[in-house]
Write a protein that binds this ligand. Sequence first.
Ligand SMILES: Cc1cc2nc3c(=O)[nH]c(=O)nc-3n(C[C@H](O)[C@H](O)[C@H](O)COP(=O)(O)O)c2cc1C
Length: 172
Amino acid sequence: MQTVQIKIITNRKRIKQLSDLTVEFFMEMINQVDQKMTELASGGKEIPQELAERKLFVDRYRRMGQARDLGIDPILHNAPLVMVFHSPPNPSTPKDDCVIAAQTVVLGSMTMGLGSCYIGLLTKAALDYPPLQEALDLPPGNTVHSVLVLGYPKLKFQKAVDRNPLTVQWEE
Ligand SMILES: Cc1cc2nc3c(=O)[nH]c(=O)nc-3n(C[C@H](O)[C@H](O)[C@H](O)COP(=O)(O)O)c2cc1C
């Protein structure tokens, strides 16, 4: 379908704006979860599974707000470049296409000595938070399916982290 589009942002102020709006989204989410939990508790009602699952992440999100208040960028990690992979809706596989494009950039950039990191937190906020959607200024109707930050890494890993064995079933 070839509908993948990429927005590349290098302006420091813009990167900070996107990071701040993402933190803001998660802070609002915490408030909503807290409010809902209090309402349910005071009404003696059972907490639905979805809300209980969200509550699991609340402490992590709270730390995000604390980091932001300390001047740390907990979302885009002060990266010098952000790539937003987005697409208009199409009846095929726009999300897969964006993720394949992003992973191709991950591998290609590695050969150029660059490091990268997926930023699922921004992808999530971009789906659900209108102020961030406005700030991203993508063509109307487009959806963000993947976000990467790139930069020259400060650290050099001496060895790979141990990984769980992959589950593979061979069929004869
Ligand atoms: C889909 C996806 C989304 C991610 N989102 C974030 C993110 O929002 N912020 C972040 O710092 N790292 C993010 N990461 C990076 C992970 O936190 C982790 O550093 C990375 O996956 C390497 O660890 P692994 O090899 O064990 O997966 C993401 C990774 C993936 C695969």
